[in-house]
Design a protein around this ligand. Structure first.
Ligand SMILES: [Zn+2]
Length: 246
């Protein structure tokens, strides 16, 4: 145990923990996480460590529940708390994607159909322009046969990260999805709008077989614009989540 992996000892570390708690509450309030799912952030001064809650429902997470893990999914801050079974999702995405600073894993119901049918999740509204980079589907059965569907070890985490590739989002057949970002707020923003886009796309597909999706250039341009506006949504979502928890 060393101070290097105890972010709570610095003001910046406390701020990051607090932001991660906010992310848990926002995602719960927005219906992206329920009793399950999780969100993490890479430790800025130690890129091979990340902060995440101990295993519990996101809406109930407090600063004291945040633990530090390394990329082998060892708890490194001396805590005896039980980590999430699927911490390897986060560790292996951080290992494969140095640009990623935060990861959300969700079981949102609106997204799951797109991992189960041969209809790709594509951007139908500008707020989900990041989906122009693709939303590949990870099918754990392809490499690991019959499992309980959870990403329980490094091999499974690496396979998920390989499916994600350079995309912002990957779907998980029969399970959920992951979203990534260069900050907690961006990963949360993308998780929320992945869920929204899935619901909108399903509605559009019921109305017609001919759906006008954003083309790649439109999606990338929208993503660039939206990335400058995230604080606006983040402030509102935090307020709403705080009011609910009051
Ligand atoms: Zn899961």
């Amino acid at each position: 145990m060393t101070n290097t992996t105890q972010p709570q000892t610095t003001l910046a570390g406390l701020k990051l923990k607090s932001e991660l708690v906010d992310a848990n509450h926002v995602l719960a309030h927005q219906g992206v996480l329920d009793a399950f799912g999780h969100v993490s952030v890479r430790q800025p001064e130690h890129a091979d460590h990340f902060l995440i809650s101990r295993s519990m429902a996101p809406e109930l997470v407090n600063v004291d529940d945040i633990i530090v893990m390394d990329l082998a999914c060892n708890v490194t801050d001396g805590s005896q708390a039980r980590p999430y079974l699927e911490s390897f999702i986060h560790a292996e995405i951080y290992r494969a994607r140095p640009d990623v600073q935060a990861v959300v894993h969700s079981h949102a119901r609106s997204v799951i159909p797109f991992g189960a049918v041969n209809v790709p999740l594509r951007p139908v509204c500008h707020m989900a322009g990041f989906l122009s980079k693709g939303a590949p589907v990870f099918d754990i059965r392809h490499r690991f046969g019959c499992t309980d569907m959870l990403v329980r070890n490094a091999s499974q985490g690496k396979a998920l990260a390989a499916t994600l590739g350079r995309a912002s989002v990957a779907l998980m057949r029969g399970h959920g999805f992951v979203s990534t970002g260069d900050s907690i707020a961006q990963a949360v923003f993308r998780a929320i709008y992945t869920e929204a886009n899935a619901a909108i796309q399903a509605s559009a597909c019921m109305l017609s077989k001919q759906v006008a999706y954003l083309d790649v250039e439109e999606g990338l341009a929208a993503d660039e614009t939206n990335s400058q506006q995230i604080d606006r949504a983040w402030s509102l979502w935090k307020r709403h989540a705080a009011e609910r928890l009051r």
